[in-house]
Design a protein around this ligand. Structure first.
Ligand SMILES: Cc1ncc(COP(=O)(O)O)c(C=O)c1O
Length: 382
């Protein structure tokens, strides 16, 4: 028998809920992916590049043309000039970038601060590096940082803080003021940041995303991670990138070259072409997803679910305490799938220790209008 390095890890709730949705013929609003396709020009570009023979290994750090497009986008969106050669690395998904940054930094016994609820890949990656996660709960109902709790959680062993804004599962955003406060708190300490910004372009109601890339002081000690999968509606392409100062990029690349070596070549060519041809795609994303959020939330007004509109991401949390307060959220998500044909994700799975009376499930609204209408109709009947 293998002595498991991840004894507490089983099949994730995302796989389980998607399976259950399939078995029950339910609408799948659980896992975070669109039920519509990415832009036709982007998909066509892949075929073109495959036909043109772009089918061998890409450079380890990513295709230069794509790294340059990423650098150009960062200059446009966040006003930072990054060097495409030494600061931008293309990875097979944001997940690989996060994993490599953690392996590059964390030594046995180091502590990593994560904010609960948090994305599920962080902790196993820290454990594999021999580190230990300190879970700092965000305050309800706004999923905000409690600065006292964060400050108390910092110790001489803390080497890394993992930020995620816009935040999965809540949609909450970190503001520029909060980044300033964080900078003040960690000034003079020997610790680093991973800023998981995979939903950077899904920020609503006219708010601007406060990226660590736009924060001079924090960027100096950060790996900032994003995902083409989220931005271009192609999550199955598992292509992302990480931007960091040259020394941090160099350390991450040492790991990346032995984990995957490089991302998928024709996908990188296609993304580079599309980004050059349609830079406005990212500018249209907030309105595109806000319309979906608003449609979905408006349709749920007559339901017995309570909600506050998500400020970002493509996830909407709904509170079901007026419906089945007797059920914990995992049971509720299963009940909703089996009895009402809508699959969701229970929010407690994103916690080390969920609050006792948490009655929230997460619904993904990256769906076609007819899917959202059908789902809302079913939810209004609950
Ligand atoms: C917060 C967060 N980080 C990272 C990822 C992973 O992105 P990718 O599919 O590019 O690996 C996801 C995907 O759901 C996510 O929600």
């Amino acid at each position: 028998m293998i002595n498991s390095k991840l004894p507490n890890v089983g099949t994730t709730i995302f796989t389980r809920m998607s399976q259950l949705a399939g078995e029950c013929g339910a609408l799948n609003l659980s896992q975070g992916f669109p039920d519509f396709d990415g832009p036709p020009a982007l998909r066509e570009a892949v075929g073109r590049h495959v036909a043109a023979g772009h089918n061998q290994y890409a450079p380890m750090t990513g295709l230069p043309a794509l790294r340059e497009q990423v650098a150009a986008k960062i200059a446009r969106c966040y006003g930072r000039t990054v060097d495409a050669d030494s600061e931008v690395t293309i990875t097979p998904g944001a997940t690989e970038a996060i994993f490599c940054a953690i392996q590059a930094l964390i030594q046995p016994g180091d502590e990593v601060i994560v904010f609960d609820p948090c994305y599920d890949s962080y902790e196993p990656s820290v454990q594999l590096a021999g580190g230990h996660c300190r879970h700092v709960p965000l305050t309800l109902p706004d999923f905000a940082i409690d600065w006292q709790v964060l400050s108390d959680a910092l110790s001489a062993k803390t080497r890394l803080i993992i930020l995620n804004s816009p935040h999965n599962p809540s949609g909450a955003l970190i503001s520029r003021d909060q980044l300033d406060r964080l900078a003040e708190l960690i000034r003079g300490r020997d610790l680093y940041l991973i800023s998981d910004e995979v939903y950077e372009h899904l920020v609503f109601d006219g708010v601007r995303h406060a990226s660590v890339l736009a924060h001079e002081e924090l960027y100096r000690r950060a790996w900032v991670v994003s995902s083409f999968g989220k931005t271009y509606h192609v999550t199955g392409w598992k292509t992302g990138y990480v931007v960091a100062p040259p020394t941090l990029s160099a350390e991450l690349r040492k790991v990346h070259q032995y984990v995957n070596f490089c991302g998928v070549t024709p996908l990188q060519w296609a993304l580079a072409d599309f980004m050059a041809e349609q830079p406005a795609h990212v500018e249209a994303l907030p309105a595109f997803y806000q319309a979906k959020r608003d449609l979905f939330c408006d349709l749920l007004i007559d339901s017995r679910f309570a909600l506050a509109r998500a400020p970002g991401t493509y996830f909407q949390l709904v509170d079901y305490s007026a419906i089945r307060d007797d059920l914990e959220d995992v049971a509720m998500a299963e009940w909703l799938t089996r009895e009402h044909g809508v699959a969701s994700i229970p929010v407690s799975v994103f916690y080390q220790q969920p609050p006792k009376d948490l009655r929230l499930v997460r619904l993904c609204f990256a769906k076609r209008e007819d899917t959202l209408r059908q789902a809302a109709q079913r939810l209004c009947a609950v």
